[in-house]
Design a protein around this ligand. Structure first.
Ligand SMILES: Cc1cc2nc3c(=O)[nH]c(=O)nc-3n(C[C@H](O)[C@H](O)[C@H](O)COP(=O)(O)OP(=O)(O)OC[C@H]3O[C@@H](n4cnc5c(N)ncnc54)[C@H](O)[C@@H]3O)c2cc1C
Length: 383
């Protein structure tokens, strides 16, 4: 068994490695990618070479074999520099790759996970539809059985890597409306006839993370591409989202840390009335609030991660971590722009991008309102 000292040392090495990667391979291009809405596919392969595309996947399938604590550390370090890349890494790791690894059979793991975990392939995950976001059980994308195939018809929207992803996990209806056992998860490879990407979204933030529609028109999928059994897709998705919430929480935490660190530095450099602005209580109290919120968010996320690592139910803690880290991310990015004054309102300083990127965290993978529904349900169940 590893000693506590060794574990701390390993965590430090992983943090340094993610930080170094972000500084070298992401920071110099952040604004260029953001302005042009470029999704940097080459970077995804580089992330894979550094072990960041299969963080939770065992080494025998090409992954890094790490746990949720390291996952939080890596995502936070990347998101401190660029939320868009953090979002792409989160969606690839915890949604697509983790879904296939967790619910796929050995043949499916060998076929897809080994490519995804090394970053050779990039993955997408499609649950949301134009008319069903929070209310995913009412999905209208249909998969009808036809011999040893299923025929998929419908549209998924807001899908991260919906165009460039090499493979997607798609949840479609195979049973009755509102039956939690009426949906099934399919793996669909790019290039399958009847599957194409639709509109690419022009977004407020997270602009270097590709978000598109996925359109299915009489798309024939072999039954062997089903993950688990027919009817398992919705229940599987809810389990995958428990982990996904830790990753969006970590994304929010990273953005918050980036905005906070920039604010501490700037407030000591910027002088007004003959003093650094950090000496004004109005500013230093903002810094104190930021630091406190960051510590609290990290504690929540790390507690959820401990539960996940131990294979225990993390629904309540994951939702709390996601909800809190997302909300404080928006608050901290907002305060950061205020601390930077007029300069914060320009693209010459990083805080305007943190401000734009942070908002996604309160929406993606379950809005803050939905997190509160989940938390309330879990609390009330316990009494
Ligand atoms: C950049 C980006 C990337 C994304 N990537 C993916 C992806 O890879 N895969 C994927 O499947 N999806 C993805 N999504 C979709 C995302 O998960 C949904 O946008 C989200 O779940 C919310 O759904 P909606 O947008 O339809 O909002 P709606 O569900 O229409 O909600 C609108 C508002 O109503 C509130 N609301 C809804 N129901 C209730 C209720 N019962 N009680 C109280 N308030 C409620 C919501 O909180 C929200 O404020 C992405 C979204 C974005 C913006």
């Amino acid at each position: 068994m590893q000693s506590e000292k060794q574990t701390v040392l390993d965590q430090q090495i992983i943090q340094d490695s993610a930080r170094q990667f972000a500084q070298t391979h992401i920071l110099p291009y952040v604004m260029e990618w953001d302005e042009a809405q470029t999704f940097p596919m080459d970077l995804m392969h580089q992330l894979g070479e550094h072990g960041f595309m299969g963080i939770l996947i065992p080494e025998e399938y090409g992954g890094s074999g790490l746990g949720y604590q390291e996952y939080i550390t890596i995502l936070t370090e990347i998101s401190k520099v660029c939320g868009s890349i953090g979002l792409s890494v989160a969606a690839h790791n915890s949604l697509c790759t983790n879904h296939i690894y967790t619910f796929g059979n050995e043949e499916q793991r060998q076929r897809w996970v080994t490519r995804l975990a090394t970053g050779e392939w990039v993955g997408a995950w499609g649950l949301t539809e134009p008319n069903t976001g929070s209310d995913a059980m009412r999905m209208q994308c249909i998969a009808e059985k036809d011999g040893d195939h299923y025929v998929l018809n419908g549209t998924k929207c807001w899908i991260t890597h919906g165009k460039s992803g090499h493979v997607a996990v798609v949840i479609a209806r195979t049973g009755e409306l509102l039956d939690s056992h009426g949906m099934t998860a399919f793996v669909v490879e790019r290039g399958t006839p009847g599957f194409k990407a639709g509109k690419k979204e022009n977004k407020l933030g997270m602009r270097a993370s590709e978000t598109t529609e996925m359109i299915f028109e009489d798309c024939r999928i072999p039954a062997s591409n089903i993950l688990g059994k027919e009817g398992d897709g919705f229940i599987q998705s809810m389990k995958i989202l428990d982990g996904g919430r830790i990753s969006i929480g970590s994304l929010g935490l990273g953005i918050a840390k980036g905005a906070y660190e920039a604010s501490v530095k700037y407030s000591q450099e910027r002088h007004q009335f003959g003093k650094p602005i950090s000496s004004f209580q109005a500013i230093s109290f903002k810094l104190a609030d930021m630091a406190t919120k960051i510590e609290a968010a990290e504690m929540l996320l790390r507690k959820a991660a401990d539960l996940k690592n131990a294979g225990k139910n993390s629904t309540k803690l994951s939702a709390m971590g996601k909800y809190y880290a997302s909300e404080i991310s928006v608050q901290i990015a907002n305060d950061a722009v205020q601390i930077f004054g007029g300069y914060g309102y320009t693209k010459d300083f990083p805080v305007e991008k943190f401000y734009r990127d942070s908002k996604l965290c309160t929406i993606g993978e379950g809005t803050s309102e939905i997190q509160k529904i989940v938390i309330a349900r879990e609390i009330l169940k316990d009494f």
